[in-house]
Structures are given as structure tokens and as C-alpha cells.
Design a protein around this ligand. Structure first.
Ligand code: NDP
Length: 246
């Protein structure tokens, strides 16, 4: 029998990352739940353990790039392996291009793109040693088709898709896959403050006519990180209710 696979999920304190952590734990992974907030992570670990799963928590600010590398080293030292890396943590700092500050640009690029490069670089060696790896980077449909007010975010998320294809090409022969899952509009803290008129408009252009749930994204991540998905790499899977179809 395969030993228990060890997964890191960043941004696990709420929203999509929390749902991904719960789903991977329910499928028998040991899940290392990562974010900046200890309290919600501890609650999540307790919930997973109460359901018979296995999890631990590590705090890490992914804008501190040295801290990302240390976090991954800690996981490999503590758990003895790293099989699955889900780079999910992300932020928005929206503004129209005319008004976007350098700081808004840099914060979003560093959090949503550079952190993923640093994490993948740190994870590559232990995964190569392991002769197995599943990397999933959470992109966005904004990176596929653009979105007014999100030039920083769309650039970061679009950057992830090209970056991920390159990781897939470089590491494929080591039995490591790298894919993006690109959510459409999902009901989380990130989208809860949208004006009602905007939400209604968004629903009208989604084929299924509704926002998605974090569990919809978790289901896709569960497949992409499974042992069965070894021949799926370099892809960006849009989970968006048929909003973009590209
Ligand atoms: P939320 O805002 O609900 O959660 C964001 C998560 O990221 C939190 O767990 C937060 O943890 C963590 N995080 C943010 N900044 C940092 C940081 N510097 N260091 C460590 N952790 C951090 O977002 P969602 O769940 O909605 O989004 C998750 C991912 O999905 C993001 O990458 C987002 O861009 C993407 N996405 C979401 C969509 C949506 O409609 N919701 C659509 C398309 C993509 P904490 O604050 O505790 O540190």
C-alpha cells in the first residue's frame, strides 16, 4: 500500500483553501494547513481530526519568501516527505489601470505569483527525491480573459499558467505534475462584498447561472492531485460554471 501522502495547502484558514484541506484530508492525505492566522488553522485541524483525518498547522506569511522555504523544509523534516503542494493563498487589490499604485501592483504580484515560484522551487527537490509530486496552482478566470480593475491580479494569475506549464515541462520526467485550477466566481470572503448588481450580472453570464462553492474547486483539486492524474500536466482547468469556456 502507498504510504500516506503529505499535502501542503496554503491559504487554508478560510474559503477555497479550507475546502481543499478538508477534501484532501477526507481522501486520506496528511494535510499541512498554512496561512498567517493560527486560530482558524487550529480549528480546521481539530475539525479534520474529529472526522478521523490527519492534519497539522503551520503559520507562514507567503510574502516573506524565506519563510516559505523554511515552511516547506519544516514539512519535509517533520513528515519525511512532500507529495502534494496546493498554492492557493491569494489576494486582490483592485483598481483601474489609471489609478493603480506601484504598491497595489507589487503586493498582488508578490503574493499571487512570486510566492508560488518560491514554493515550487523549494518543493521540487523533495518531490524529485520522492519520485512523485502533484503541484496545483490556483489561478483565476481573470487571468484567462482579463477583468476590468484587476490588471495586477490578471497578470499574476496569467503568469501562473505560463509558469506552471514550464514547471510541468521541467519536472514531468521525475513523475511530478503541475497544473492550474482556475476558479470563476466562488462564494468566499473574496467575493462577498461585490455589489448585488455586479453579482446579478456575473450570474447572467455564467452558463449554470450561479456562483460556485469552495467545494467545487476542492473537487477539481482532489482529482488533479490524485495518483490517478499522473498523465494530466501543464493544464489549466477552469472551474467556472461555463463562464469562459476557453
Ligand atoms: P479568501 O480571501 O477567502 O482567502 C484567502 C486565503 O489566503 C486565506 O486563507 C488567507 O489566510 C490566505 N492568505 C492571503 N494572504 C496571505 C499571505 N500573505 N500569507 C499567507 N496566507 C495568505 O480567498 P478565496 O478562498 O476566495 O481564494 C483562494 C484562491 O482562489 C486565491 O488564490 C484567489 O485568487 C483564487 N480565486 C478565488 C476566486 C473567488 O471567486 N473566490 C476566483 C478566482 C480565483 P490568512 O488571511 O489567514 O493569512
Amino acid at each position: 500500500m502507498t504510504e500516506q501522502r503529505v499535502a501542503i495547502v496554503t491559504g487554508a484558514s478560510r474559503g477555497i483553501g479550507r475546502a481543499v484541506a478538508l477534501r484532501l484530508a477526507s481522501e486520506g492525505r496528511h494535510v499541512v494547513c498554512v496561512s498567517r492566522s493560527q486560530g482558524p488553522l487550529d480549528e480546521l485541524v481539530s475539525e479534520i481530526q474529529a472526522a478521523g483525518g490527519s492534519a497539522s498547522a503551520l503559520t507562514c506569511d507567503i510574502t516573506d519568501f524565506d519563510a516559505i522555504t523554511s515552511m516547506i523544509d519544516t514539512v519535509v523534516n517533520d513528515q519525511g516527505r512532500l507529495d502534494i503542494l496546493v498554492n492557493n493563498a491569494g489576494i486582490t487589490k483592485d483598481n483601474l489601470i489609471l489609478r493603480m499604485s506601484d504598491e497595489e501592483w507589487d503586493d498582488v504580484i508578490n503574493t499571487n505569483l512570486k510566492s508560488v515560484f518560491v514554493a515550487c522551487r523549494a518543493a521540487a527537490r523533495p518531490m524529485m527525491k520522492n519520485k512523485f509530486g502533484r503541484i496545483v496552482n490556483i489561478a483565476s478566470t481573470s487571468g484567462l480573459v482579463g477583468n476590468s480593475g484587476q490588471s495586477n491580479y490578471a497578470a499574476a494569475k496569467s503568469g501562473l499558467t505560463g509558469f506552471t506549464k514550464t514547471v510541468a515541462r521541467e519536472l514531468g520526467k521525475k513523475n511530478i505534475t503541475a497544473n492550474c485550477v482556475a476558479p470563476g466566481f466562488i462564494e468566499t470572503d473574496m467575493t462577498k462584498d461585490l455589489p448585488a448588481a455586479v453579482t446579478e450580472h456575473i450570474k447572467s453570464v455564467i452558463s449554470t447561472r450561479d456562483l460556485g462553492k469552495p467545494e467545487d474547486i476542492a473537487a477539481a483539486v482532489a482529482y488533479v492531485t490524485s495518483d490517478d492524474a499522473g498523465y494530466l500536466t501543464g493544464q489549466t482547468i477552469a472551474v467556472d460554471g461555463g463562464m469562459t469556456m476557453c
